[in-house]
Ligand binder design. Structure first.
Ligand code: TYD
Length: 248
Protein backbone atom coordinates (compact mmCIF):
# COMPACT_ATOMS: atom_id res chain seq x y z
CA UNK A 1 0.00 0.00 0.00
CA UNK A 2 1.58 3.36 -0.95
CA UNK A 3 1.99 5.73 1.96
CA UNK A 4 0.90 9.35 1.76
CA UNK A 5 3.58 11.92 2.39
CA UNK A 6 3.49 12.57 6.13
CA UNK A 7 6.75 14.43 6.42
CA UNK A 8 5.15 17.67 7.53
CA UNK A 9 2.85 16.35 10.23
CA UNK A 10 3.59 14.28 13.37
CA UNK A 11 6.91 13.29 14.88
CA UNK A 12 8.30 9.76 14.91
CA UNK A 13 10.78 9.02 17.69
CA UNK A 14 12.41 5.59 17.81
CA UNK A 15 14.20 4.09 20.80
CA UNK A 16 17.08 1.74 20.12
CA UNK A 17 19.71 -0.16 22.08
CA UNK A 18 20.61 -3.63 23.26
CA UNK A 19 18.35 -5.75 25.38
CA UNK A 20 18.38 -4.53 28.97
CA UNK A 21 19.29 -0.98 27.99
CA UNK A 22 16.19 0.45 29.64
CA UNK A 23 14.49 1.69 26.43
CA UNK A 24 11.02 0.65 27.45
CA UNK A 25 11.12 2.43 30.82
CA UNK A 26 12.47 5.60 29.28
CA UNK A 27 9.95 5.57 26.48
CA UNK A 28 7.12 5.48 29.02
CA UNK A 29 8.66 8.39 30.93
CA UNK A 30 9.05 10.43 27.76
CA UNK A 31 5.42 9.73 26.81
CA UNK A 32 4.37 11.23 30.15
CA UNK A 33 6.38 14.41 29.59
CA UNK A 34 4.96 14.83 26.11
CA UNK A 35 1.41 14.31 27.33
CA UNK A 36 1.98 16.88 30.04
CA UNK A 37 2.88 19.30 27.23
CA UNK A 38 -0.51 18.53 25.69
CA UNK A 39 0.65 16.31 22.85
CA UNK A 40 -1.20 13.33 21.41
CA UNK A 41 1.25 10.44 21.98
CA UNK A 42 1.09 6.86 20.83
CA UNK A 43 3.57 4.21 21.90
CA UNK A 44 4.30 1.08 20.00
CA UNK A 45 6.88 -1.69 19.86
CA UNK A 46 8.73 -3.79 17.35
CA UNK A 47 8.39 -6.54 16.46
CA UNK A 48 4.68 -6.43 17.15
CA UNK A 49 2.44 -3.46 17.77
CA UNK A 50 -0.39 -4.88 15.62
CA UNK A 51 -2.24 -8.18 15.79
CA UNK A 52 -0.42 -9.47 12.72
CA UNK A 53 2.87 -8.10 14.03
CA UNK A 54 2.45 -9.82 17.39
CA UNK A 55 1.91 -13.13 15.61
CA UNK A 56 5.07 -12.54 13.60
CA UNK A 57 6.87 -11.66 16.83
CA UNK A 58 5.94 -15.05 18.26
CA UNK A 59 7.38 -16.81 15.22
CA UNK A 60 10.65 -14.94 15.55
CA UNK A 61 11.14 -14.88 19.27
CA UNK A 62 9.34 -17.86 20.79
CA UNK A 63 9.21 -20.41 17.98
CA UNK A 64 10.26 -23.90 19.14
CA UNK A 65 12.14 -24.35 15.86
CA UNK A 66 13.66 -20.88 16.24
CA UNK A 67 17.24 -22.07 16.29
CA UNK A 68 16.78 -23.31 12.72
CA UNK A 69 15.65 -19.91 11.44
CA UNK A 70 18.11 -18.45 8.95
CA UNK A 71 19.16 -14.82 9.10
CA UNK A 72 17.38 -13.97 5.82
CA UNK A 73 14.05 -15.28 7.13
CA UNK A 74 14.55 -13.34 10.33
CA UNK A 75 15.20 -10.10 8.40
CA UNK A 76 12.11 -10.56 6.25
CA UNK A 77 9.88 -11.37 9.22
CA UNK A 78 10.99 -8.26 11.10
CA UNK A 79 10.40 -6.24 7.94
CA UNK A 80 6.94 -7.78 7.49
CA UNK A 81 5.92 -6.88 11.03
CA UNK A 82 7.26 -3.36 10.49
CA UNK A 83 5.41 -2.88 7.19
CA UNK A 84 2.15 -3.71 8.93
CA UNK A 85 2.88 -1.49 11.91
CA UNK A 86 3.71 1.51 9.73
CA UNK A 87 0.55 1.27 7.66
CA UNK A 88 -1.83 0.29 10.43
CA UNK A 89 -0.60 2.49 13.29
CA UNK A 90 2.32 4.80 12.69
CA UNK A 91 1.41 6.57 9.43
CA UNK A 92 -2.22 7.30 10.45
CA UNK A 93 -1.03 8.67 13.81
CA UNK A 94 1.57 10.90 12.14
CA UNK A 95 -1.03 12.14 9.70
CA UNK A 96 -3.22 13.34 12.54
CA UNK A 97 -0.22 15.13 14.07
CA UNK A 98 0.59 12.73 16.91
CA UNK A 99 3.98 12.02 18.38
CA UNK A 100 4.73 8.33 17.86
CA UNK A 101 7.22 6.57 20.12
CA UNK A 102 8.47 3.27 18.79
CA UNK A 103 10.37 0.77 20.93
CA UNK A 104 12.75 -0.25 18.12
CA UNK A 105 12.33 0.52 14.41
CA UNK A 106 14.29 -0.06 11.22
CA UNK A 107 17.72 0.59 12.79
CA UNK A 108 17.25 -2.63 14.78
CA UNK A 109 17.30 -4.59 11.52
CA UNK A 110 20.33 -2.70 10.25
CA UNK A 111 22.20 -3.47 13.44
CA UNK A 112 20.95 -6.94 14.48
CA UNK A 113 20.53 -8.55 11.05
CA UNK A 114 22.99 -6.45 9.01
CA UNK A 115 25.84 -6.07 11.46
CA UNK A 116 25.07 -8.79 14.05
CA UNK A 117 24.17 -11.51 11.54
CA UNK A 118 26.49 -10.26 8.79
CA UNK A 119 23.81 -9.90 6.13
CA UNK A 120 24.83 -7.70 3.19
CA UNK A 121 23.96 -4.09 3.98
CA UNK A 122 22.59 -3.31 0.49
CA UNK A 123 19.64 -5.72 0.70
CA UNK A 124 19.07 -4.92 4.39
CA UNK A 125 18.72 -1.22 3.59
CA UNK A 126 16.51 -1.89 0.58
CA UNK A 127 14.20 -4.18 2.53
CA UNK A 128 14.05 -1.69 5.39
CA UNK A 129 13.12 1.11 3.00
CA UNK A 130 10.54 -1.03 1.26
CA UNK A 131 8.92 -1.82 4.61
CA UNK A 132 8.76 1.74 5.94
CA UNK A 133 8.14 3.63 2.68
CA UNK A 134 8.79 7.27 3.51
CA UNK A 135 8.12 6.92 7.23
CA UNK A 136 11.56 7.53 8.70
CA UNK A 137 12.20 8.47 12.32
CA UNK A 138 12.75 12.17 12.91
CA UNK A 139 14.69 11.41 16.10
CA UNK A 140 16.32 8.18 17.30
CA UNK A 141 17.38 7.77 20.91
CA UNK A 142 20.04 5.12 21.44
CA UNK A 143 20.48 4.03 25.02
CA UNK A 144 24.01 2.73 25.17
CA UNK A 145 25.16 0.27 27.82
CA UNK A 146 28.30 -1.88 27.93
CA UNK A 147 27.60 -5.41 26.74
CA UNK A 148 28.42 -6.91 30.14
CA UNK A 149 25.73 -4.71 31.74
CA UNK A 150 23.22 -5.57 29.04
CA UNK A 151 23.82 -9.32 29.44
CA UNK A 152 23.64 -9.25 33.21
CA UNK A 153 20.36 -7.31 33.04
CA UNK A 154 18.93 -9.92 30.65
CA UNK A 155 19.89 -12.67 33.09
CA UNK A 156 18.35 -10.84 36.02
CA UNK A 157 14.99 -10.42 34.33
CA UNK A 158 12.51 -12.19 36.54
CA UNK A 159 10.45 -13.39 33.58
CA UNK A 160 10.83 -16.70 31.77
CA UNK A 161 13.83 -18.27 30.07
CA UNK A 162 15.83 -16.10 27.70
CA UNK A 163 14.16 -15.95 24.28
CA UNK A 164 15.85 -16.84 21.01
CA UNK A 165 17.54 -13.47 20.49
CA UNK A 166 18.61 -13.30 24.12
CA UNK A 167 20.50 -16.58 23.81
CA UNK A 168 23.02 -14.95 21.47
CA UNK A 169 26.64 -14.77 22.61
CA UNK A 170 28.67 -11.83 23.81
CA UNK A 171 30.33 -11.23 20.40
CA UNK A 172 26.92 -10.74 18.82
CA UNK A 173 25.97 -8.14 21.42
CA UNK A 174 29.33 -6.40 21.09
CA UNK A 175 28.61 -6.04 17.37
CA UNK A 176 25.11 -4.75 18.09
CA UNK A 177 26.40 -2.13 20.49
CA UNK A 178 29.18 -1.01 18.15
CA UNK A 179 26.71 -0.98 15.24
CA UNK A 180 24.43 1.51 16.96
CA UNK A 181 27.34 3.78 17.77
CA UNK A 182 28.52 3.73 14.15
CA UNK A 183 25.02 4.55 12.87
CA UNK A 184 24.68 7.37 15.38
CA UNK A 185 28.03 8.83 14.41
CA UNK A 186 27.06 8.82 10.75
CA UNK A 187 23.70 10.56 11.32
CA UNK A 188 24.18 12.98 14.23
CA UNK A 189 21.19 15.07 13.11
CA UNK A 190 18.84 12.12 13.77
CA UNK A 191 20.53 10.21 16.60
CA UNK A 192 20.94 11.03 20.27
CA UNK A 193 23.17 8.64 22.24
CA UNK A 194 22.49 8.41 25.95
CA UNK A 195 24.70 6.77 28.57
CA UNK A 196 22.46 3.99 29.87
CA UNK A 197 24.58 3.27 32.94
CA UNK A 198 23.32 6.41 34.70
CA UNK A 199 20.31 6.31 37.04
CA UNK A 200 16.84 6.05 35.48
CA UNK A 201 16.03 9.56 36.70
CA UNK A 202 19.22 11.03 35.26
CA UNK A 203 18.59 9.37 31.90
CA UNK A 204 15.00 10.59 31.85
CA UNK A 205 16.17 14.13 32.53
CA UNK A 206 18.76 14.03 29.78
CA UNK A 207 16.37 12.61 27.19
CA UNK A 208 13.74 15.20 28.03
CA UNK A 209 16.25 18.05 27.91
CA UNK A 210 17.37 16.98 24.42
CA UNK A 211 13.92 16.26 23.07
CA UNK A 212 12.04 19.15 24.55
CA UNK A 213 14.29 21.56 22.70
CA UNK A 214 14.15 19.59 19.46
CA UNK A 215 10.38 19.25 19.52
CA UNK A 216 9.17 22.45 21.10
CA UNK A 217 12.09 24.75 20.50
CA UNK A 218 12.42 25.72 24.16
CA UNK A 219 11.51 24.45 27.64
CA UNK A 220 8.02 25.05 29.00
CA UNK A 221 7.47 28.41 30.66
CA UNK A 222 6.26 28.44 34.27
CA UNK A 223 2.59 27.41 34.59
CA UNK A 224 -0.04 29.86 33.36
CA UNK A 225 1.89 31.06 30.30
CA UNK A 226 1.39 29.23 27.06
CA UNK A 227 4.26 28.26 24.79
CA UNK A 228 3.73 27.96 21.08
CA UNK A 229 4.90 24.54 19.95
CA UNK A 230 7.43 24.77 17.16
CA UNK A 231 7.62 21.20 15.98
CA UNK A 232 4.84 19.46 14.17
CA UNK A 233 1.94 20.66 16.25
CA UNK A 234 -1.45 20.26 14.65
CA UNK A 235 -2.03 23.92 15.38
CA UNK A 236 1.25 25.23 14.00
CA UNK A 237 1.10 26.68 10.47
CA UNK A 238 2.03 24.06 7.89
CA UNK A 239 4.88 26.18 6.54
CA UNK A 240 6.53 26.56 9.93
CA UNK A 241 6.18 22.85 10.60
CA UNK A 242 7.81 21.73 7.37
CA UNK A 243 10.63 24.24 7.78
CA UNK A 244 11.43 22.84 11.20
CA UNK A 245 11.41 19.22 10.07
CA UNK A 246 13.33 19.95 6.89
CA UNK A 247 16.30 20.83 9.07
CA UNK A 248 16.47 17.27 10.41
P1 TYD B 1 12.15 -7.80 22.75
O1 TYD B 1 11.68 -8.78 23.77
O2 TYD B 1 11.22 -6.75 22.32
O3 TYD B 1 13.53 -7.19 23.24
P2 TYD B 1 13.83 -5.74 23.74
O4 TYD B 1 12.95 -5.53 24.92
O5 TYD B 1 15.26 -5.73 24.06
O6 TYD B 1 13.52 -4.81 22.61
O7 TYD B 1 12.64 -8.65 21.52
C1 TYD B 1 12.98 -8.11 20.33
C2 TYD B 1 14.22 -8.81 19.86
O8 TYD B 1 14.27 -8.76 18.45
C3 TYD B 1 15.49 -8.13 20.36
O9 TYD B 1 16.43 -9.13 20.65
C4 TYD B 1 15.98 -7.36 19.16
C5 TYD B 1 15.49 -8.17 18.01
N1 TYD B 1 15.23 -7.41 16.76
C6 TYD B 1 15.99 -7.67 15.64
O10 TYD B 1 16.90 -8.52 15.68
N2 TYD B 1 15.72 -7.01 14.48
C7 TYD B 1 14.71 -6.11 14.38
O11 TYD B 1 14.48 -5.51 13.30
C8 TYD B 1 13.91 -5.85 15.56
C9 TYD B 1 12.78 -4.86 15.50
C10 TYD B 1 14.21 -6.52 16.71
Amino acid sequence: MPLKDQSHTGVLISFEGSEGSGKTTQMARLAKHLQERGRDVISTREPGGTEIGEQIRNIIVHNSKGDEMCAETELLLFAAARAQLVRENIAPALLRGAIVLSDRYLDSSTVYQGIGRNLAMGPVNQINRFAVGNVMPHITVVIDVPTSVSLSRIRQRASDLPDRMERENIDFYEKVRAGYLVLAKGMPERFIVIDGTKSEDAIEKQIWAELETRIFGKPAKPKGRSVSPKFASKKAPAKARSAKIAKR
